[in-house]
Design a protein around this ligand. Structure first.
Ligand code: APR
Ligand code: PHB
Length: 389
């Protein structure tokens, strides 16, 4: 088989890139290790930057998001059970949209199927090859049969554990990482959200977040030891701890119910540089990981897709490779902005096991400054809703 762009990974990154390429008349094939249902079963966050919504519109997959998504013009920060609102609209005139990122992936799968796009599920042993030549190709097995796809370019949209980043020689790659000493225990419940906007809470017992998916599906998180067993956290134990950390009015209004999903996720910041090697371009989690505090995971993947899509269009339509040659530097500039914001928001809102009294005093001062300064709030707002591409 031959195509123009071979995309490894059928998550949001790979599907969005394939959809955009298809609408620009550029051929692609998506190779996905898991089944479609498995990919759609992954728990994902729920906040879309305004730029992400724009990219979904460009890809022709924003209809359901606009119909079912919830525009949010602000968020609430709580410190020791009382807090203040960050008004995105008043501060920077932009909103975010709360819409499950799993739904984004579902919409993308539907669009690829409607367009007759090629998404091959159940591939094994996927391996990009001859990336430092003008004739790269990708091999994989399907049902025990070896296959090869010859292409012009390979998009590594295969997440943190995929083969693409591993294909970059170790002496070429620089990796940056920070692992946080805690995790997020998350619960999904078929209950009305406690607030119409998200609540991020900094509490001496630890961080908490009240989010949602729709008017009867709530998503809550509490900071917890990453090695805690889920068995320790009964539903009641979770709800009791969440109440202790939320602002008093929210805690009093909280409607609890059975957890239909419960999981603990580790928190990490990671960046791989460069995001390009020869004819291979890394996209999304294949190149970077952010702690979920700033809800940047999917949104950062979408900005990578934007840069790579524009560069590929420029190559094929204008025979100009300046976009491809500048991809890694351009994408990484925005990646580091999101990495910085996610690190800052995580550091400001969580309690660290080893923090000193000085560290705590600095965090308290940071939060007091944020509460009292519209300039500081404007900085949070512009990063949260998404910096321009
Ligand atoms: N062969 C084929 N597919 C593979 C391979 C492989 N060897 N290894 C991994 N994959 C697939 C995974 O099964 C997964 O479906 O690549 C896909 C990568 O998707 P994600 O991990 O979701 O990464 P990405 O598409 O970059 O999404 C970015 O979206 O919702 C957020 O939190 C999520 O931060 C993440 C972001
Ligand atoms: C979510 O709804 O899952 C969510 C929202 C905001 C975040 C992280 C997760 O910062």
């Amino acid at each position: 088989m031959r195509t123009q762009v071979c995309i490894i990974g059928g998550g949001p990154s790979g599907l969005l890139l394939s959809q955009l390429l298809d609408r620009a008349g550029i051929a692609s094939v998506v190779l996905e290790r898991q089944s479609r249902d498995y990919v759609l079963g992954r728990i994902r966050a729920g906040v879309l930057e305004y730029g992400t919504v724009g990219m979904l519109e460009q890809a022709g997959v924003a209809e359901r998001a606009h119909a079912e998504g919830l525009p949010h013009s602000g968020t609430y920060l709580a410190v020791q059970n009382k807090g203040f609102r960050i008004d995105f609209d008043a501060l920077i005139g932009k909103k975010v949209m709360v819409y499950g990122q799993t739904e984004v992936t579902r919409d993308l799968y539907a669009a690829r199927a409607a367009a007759g796009g090629t998404v091959i599920h159940g591939v094994e042993g996927t391996q990009p090859r001859d990336l430092d030549t003008a004739a790269p190709y990708v091999t994989y097995t399907l049902g025990g049969t070896e296959h090869r796809i010859d292409c012009d370019f390979v998009a590594g949209c295969d997440g943190f554990h995929g083969p693409s980043r591993q294909a970059i020689p170790k002496n070429v790659l620089t990796e940056y990482e920070r692992v946080y000493p805690f995790g997020w225990l998350g619960v999904l419940s078929e209950t009305p959200p406690v607030s119409h906007e998200l609540i991020y809470a900094n509490h001496p017992r630890g961080f908490a977040l009240a989010s949602m998916r729709n008017a009867n599906l709530s998503r809550y998180y509490i900071q917890a030891p990453v090695d805690d067993s889920l068995g320790k956290w009964t539903d009641q134990a979770f709800w009791d701890e969440l109440r202790r950390r939320l602002p008093h009015d929210a805690a009093d209004a909280l409607i609890t119910g059975p957890a239909i999903e419960k999981s603990i996720a580790p928190l990490r910041s990671y960046v791989a540089d460069p995001m390009r090697w020869g004819r291979l371009f890394l996209v999304g989690d294949a190149a970077h990981i952010v702690p979920p505090t700033g809800a940047k995971g999917l949104n950062l993947a979408v900005s990578d897709v934007h840069y790579l899509f524009e560069a590929l269009k420029q190559h094929y339509n204008e025979h100009d490779d300046s976009g491809l040659d500048g991809y890694s530097q351009t994408a990484l500039a925005r990646v580091w902005n999101a990495i910085r914001f996610s690190w800052w928001f995580t550091t400001t809102m969580h309690r660290f096991p080893d923090q000193t009294p000085f560290d705590q005093a600095i965090q308290d001062a940071e939060l007091r400054y944020l509460e009292g300064s519209t300039t500081a709030q404007r900085g949070l707002a512009e990063n949260y809703v998404g910096l321009p591409y």
